[in-house]
Design a protein. Structure first.
Length: 279
């Protein structure tokens, strides 16, 4: 699933391409929007909130979408060949010689701009909110510590805690904190967790390459995420990958990479062993 920084960058790209332009053609290939025609509307801008994206049109209308696992927004020119099959296109917007196509985008809905909070009001603070403040951090800390016994990895993926962290950053944040993703939240400095999450997303918000090591070379961008063959970027040791989830909040199980040498704390194997000893 795209992380918050991926959605942020996609939003900035399409905003640069369309903002201030008048739509000359729209094509909504979605049952609920099939008869919608926004030609003549002006694109006012694009807003991202965590992994949600809103196109804003005049006078007071927003198009909401979510990329989920496989969605993308592509910028091209009318008549150009698309990089994806046409049957994957869900939205086509044209203005001033520019064409923006939403491929496999999900949760499409048109709504008054004033009602955007109906779809994202339940989320925690957006880690890439340009208006981020101490109040945002305090809200995220409060949400993170609300369930002290919850596994850190699951709490990080819960968008109601803070919006924008996906599986990549979940694994990397836990590594940089030196704990396994199964470590209870109560064992961490919650403010440190929130600041690290925001720091990593900010560092990658304006580029396609996602690096948590500071190195942009292929194969050197992450400490543990998807490094099963290469091993830990710090110690070179063999990594473990285990599924984490589901939890009572319905966070879907995800493959989770961690280094047994560099990260302390519980893991599925250790928990299983301790349960056998109790019996």
């Amino acid at each position: 699933m795209p992380e918050g920084d991926t959605v942020f960058l996609a939003g900035k790209k399409v905003e640069k391409a369309l903002a201030g332009r008048v739509l000359t053609r729209t094509d909504f290939r979605h049952p609920a929007l099939a008869t919608t025609d926004l030609a003549g509307s002006t694109v006012l801008g694009v807003r991202t909130v965590g992994k949600h994206l809103f196109f804003r049109f005049s006078p007071d209308l927003s198009l909401h979408s979510h990329l989920k696992m496989d969605g993308s927004w592509e910028i091209t020119r009318p008549g150009s060949r698309w990089r994806h099959p046409a049957h994957h296109a869900r939205v086509v917007l044209e203005a001033g010689g520019v064409q923006v196509v939403g491929f496999r985008v999900h949760d499409l809905e048109l709504l008054p701009t004033a009602e955007e909070s109906r779809l994202v009001g339940h989320l925690g603070p957006d880690l890439l909110d340009p208006q981020w403040s101490d109040e945002h951090e305090a809200r995220a800390v409060a949400a993170l510590t609300r369930e002290p016994g919850r596994e850190l990895g699951l709490a990080l993926l819960d968008q109601r805690v803070m919006a924008g962290v996906g599986n990549l950053y979940k694994c990397e944040i836990c590594f940089l904190l030196g704990v396994t993703p199964w470590t209870p939240v109560s064992e961490l400095d919650a403010a440190k967790v929130v600041r690290l999450a925001r720091k990593l997303l900010l560092a990658n918000a304006w580029r396609h390459e996602q690096s948590t090591t500071g190195d942009l070379a292929r194969g050197r961008r992450n400490w543990v995420y998807e490094r099963t063959r290469q091993g830990c970027f710090r110690c070179g040791g063999r990594l473990r990958v285990e599924d984490q989830g589901r939890d009572p909040h319905d966070v879907q199980a995800r493959p989770t990479w961690f280094c047994p040498r560099c990260q302390r704390g519980p893991s599925p194997q250790l928990r299983s062993s301790s349960l056998k000893n109790v019996r």
